[in-house]
Design a protein around this ligand. Structure first.
Ligand SMILES: [Fe+2]
Length: 490
């Protein structure tokens, strides 16, 4: 069914602002609440209850200077499923920077590509546009470079304010904090330009800060994610950092150091800095962990972490091209392979292995009820090798073997899916009993849909597809907020 839905609600940004503010990236000019949306296929499952949320950039005002997707004001798009009824909403995250610009009626911040030296009047804007986590009945909007945690009502998407627990640390929080949905602990880290360069902390199910310790690194780094298991957290020290000379001039230039190791630091969930143990691996960047867990075999106790290893660009002789690797990382050009790292807590031994050399897999999800516990299934996007943030297909993989279990492409070249999230069915009978949910923009047909798949077999295509009469710009991370977790625990 061809149902063009080219919106009239795009922000008035023209081609002058480049491809990251036009086409699939074009920001919206307003907020909306949509109900009674037409189904193109199937029916909304009645055993799917909760909220699929997705964060992304949505610049409200024409930017000053060069634009990067991390600069765009955070906007959350959400699909609320309630007993077969669907409501789709979008709201900006009302960060401090958003509020200042709202009052000024124009952009008053520089972006991350611009020099910051001597520009204290126009600070860098923490946009809260990168990641969402569901914790203690609220959604937290987080920014990639470490910022505030902005609390949102997961249904209305109203910005409730700053997380008091994170503010209490006197520091910040990076994107990709983790929630142990069994204990409802929030595990987080931050990173920055000044020693000790990283902190790690825990917020309890009551929203109170329970733990916060420094994680000294040899220098400033640009980590992106962390991992957790039932008893440990795993922090990342990767050979990717800002060039210190450029930084002294107020510029952001990413460098990759092929002569350095990747290190993963294992710390007990409530551990002290002295209890942190580092494990060395081959040099790489790592945007996204899928999941991690503890396991024991004849060789001792292991922590296993599965993630999407950013494959360094190599020259014909096999050596790493540091400059091209750094440039691709900075510009979000991704070349990732499903990878497994193992760390032996008894012997200190390490192992690493590529699980699937054939697919550029990124923006992973899994059954988040099992965060930190052994999971067999991961759900990914097929990432374009050269188009920034274009994800034309979805793929389910076995996290033990790397094998593709099922995959789906609606339109091999024109689809732009959002990060898919696994949403368990009510009363699930297995790890993959549930749905995989993603927004899809078809660029050729100018058509926006919400696609719902049976997670047990993506290959049969969506079991429900809903037409959305508005464009949803390409964005970053999503999460699934199960109905049972929408209220804080009493
Ligand atoms: Fe990310």
């Amino acid at each position: 069914m061809n149902a063009p839905t080219r919106p009239e609600n795009l922000a008035p940004f023209g081609e002058d602002y480049g491809p990251l503010l036009t086409g699939p990236f074009a920001p919206l000019a307003d907020e909306s609440t949509l109900t009674d949306l037409p189904l193109l296929k199937g029916a909304i499952p009645t055993d799917l209850n909760g909220v699929y949320m997705r964060a992304g950039p949505n610049a409200r005002y024409a930017p000053q200077g060069r634009y990067h997707p991390f600069d765009g004001d955070g906007m959350v798009h959400a699909a609320h499923f309630d007993q077969g009824r669907l409501t789709v909403r979008n709201r900006w995250v009302r960060t401090e920077g958003f509020q200042r610009e709202d009052a000024a009626g124009r952009a008053t911040h520089w972006g991350i590509r611009e020099t910051l030296l001597g520009r204290d009047d126009k600070p860098l804007k923490d946009t809260g546009n990168t990641d969402l986590v569901a914790h203690a009945g609220k959604a937290l909007a987080l920014w990639y470079m470490s910022g505030e945690a902005w609390e949102l009502d997961p249904i209305t998407l109203e910005t409730l304010g700053r997380s008091k627990a994170i503010a209490q640390t006197g520091g910040k929080i990076s994107a990709h904090a983790k929630v142990d949905e069994i204990t409802e602990d929030l595990l987080f880290f931050d990173y920055g330009h000044d020693a000790p360069y990283m902190h790690y902390g825990v917020v309890g199910p009551d929203g109170e800060l329970k733990h916060h310790v420094p994680i000294p690194l040899p220098g400033a780094r640009l980590p992106h994610d962390m991992a957790v298991t039932e008893h440990y957290s795993v922090l990342h020290d990767l050979p990717v950092m800002h060039d210190p000379e450029a930084m002294a001039l107020g510029r952001h230039k990413v460098v990759f150091r092929a002569d350095m190791k990747s290190r993963f630091g294992v710390i007990p969930r409530y551990g002290k800095t002295e209890e942190l143990r580092w494990f060395d691996f081959s040099p790489c960047f790592l945007y996204h962990v899928v999941n991690a867990w503890e396991e024991t075999d004849a060789r001792g106790r292991w922590i296993t972490m599965v993630g999407c290893r950013y494959m360094p660009v190599t020259r014909p002789d096999g050596s790493i091209d540091e400059q091209r690797t750094a440039k691709d990382i900075a510009e979000l050009v991704m070349h990732a392979r499903l990878w497994r790292w193992r760390m032996n807590l008894d012997t200190g031994a390490t192992e690493e292995q590529c699980l699937d050399a054939g697919h550029n897999l990124e923006f992973p999800s899994y059954n988040s009820a099992l965060t930190g516990r052994r999971t067999r299934y991961g759900y990914f996007v097929d990432h374009s090798d050269d188009v920034i943030l274009q994800w034309a297909g979805l793929r389910k993989c076995d996290l033990d073997t790397g094998a593709t279990l099922s995959a789906w492409r609606d339109d091999p070249t024109q689809s732009w899916y959002s990060e898919p999230w696994f949403a368990a069915a009510d009363h699930p009978q297995s790890e993959d009993h549930g749905y995989v949910i993603a927004f899809q923009w078809n660029a050729a047909e100018q058509r926006q849909t919400l696609d719902i798949f049976d997670a047990r077999d993506l290959g049969q295509g969506p079991v429900a597809q809903v037409l959305i009469p508005r464009h949803i710009p390409t964005g970053f991370h999503g999460c699934w907020f199960a109905a049972s977790r929408l209220k804080p625990r009493s």
